[in-house]
Design a protein around this ligand. Structure first.
Ligand code: BEZ
Length: 214
């Protein structure tokens, strides 16, 4: 198979802007993003089982995301009519309402802009992508999952808090970190700072690997 090349935003890039028809009306991404974090995720298709569990997961966690200044936005290569029928069906069957906008990307333009269409996996359905975009519009974290494996909501929430904690306290976040755990502080840049660190009560594995509680 010939490999098609679509653009893929990278960590540190500005999130590509677009205007789109969504389940909450027409919107401009940059305006939606202004002043808030955005978790922008794609799903392969409406009326499919794994996607229903995933979008329900996002809907159920709406208070968590709102409490952390984060807006949600979904996307699939389906029509707005399909989206609305699916949102309605899920609400009728389960009582869960997808209140966040879901982009109807029938032209595939936004999916291609965000590297959500990965032709080796599917030529017509978006993979399960997650972009975490900060309030300045910068892409801070990207996850891609294939069509047949659902994402992990606990991990999406964890990495959002990890990014926000790292920004707020200018620290790095170690393996398997959970909120409340110690964080890694930047390595000393001078010999004097090194001496200070050696004399501190920080949890220290070596001079370059020290942890503190927040
Ligand atoms: C699903 O959401 O269940 C699904 C969607 C596309 C391919 C495979 C599974």
């Amino acid at each position: 198979m010939e490999n098609k090349v679509y653009s893929m935003p990278r960590i540190g890039d500005m999130a590509p802007d677009f205007e789109a028809v969504t389940t909450t009306g027409k919107l401009q991404f940059s305006e939606y993003n202004r002043g808030s974090w955005v978790v922008f995720f794609s799903h392969p298709a409406d009326f499919t089982p794994v996607c229903t569990t995933e979008l329900s997961g996002f809907a159920i966690e709406k208070n968590f995301f709102a409490e952390h200044n984060t807006k949600l936005m979904g996307l699939s290569i389906d029509s707005i009519h399909s989206h609305i029928a699916w949102v309605n069906a899920v609400q009728e069957k389960t009582g869960v309402l997808f209140e966040f906008p879901i982009v109807a990307d029938i032209s595939m333009e936004v999916a291609k802009l965000y590297g959500m269409l990965q032709p080796g996996e599917s030529e017509t359905a978006a993979v399960r992508a997650v972009f975490i975009i900060d309030p300045e519009g910068k892409v801070r974290l990207i996850m891609y999952y294939p069509l047949n494996v659902g994402r992990n909501m606990a991990e999406i929430k964890r990495v959002l808090l990890a990014l926000q904690t790292s920004d707020e306290h200018k620290v790095a976040i170690p393996l398997d970190w959970q909120p409340g755990d110690k964080v890694i502080i930047p390595a000393p840049k001078t010999v004097e700072a090194l001496t200070e660190r050696k004399n501190s009560d920080l949890e220290m594995v070596d001079w370059y690997l020290a942890k503190k509680s927040l």
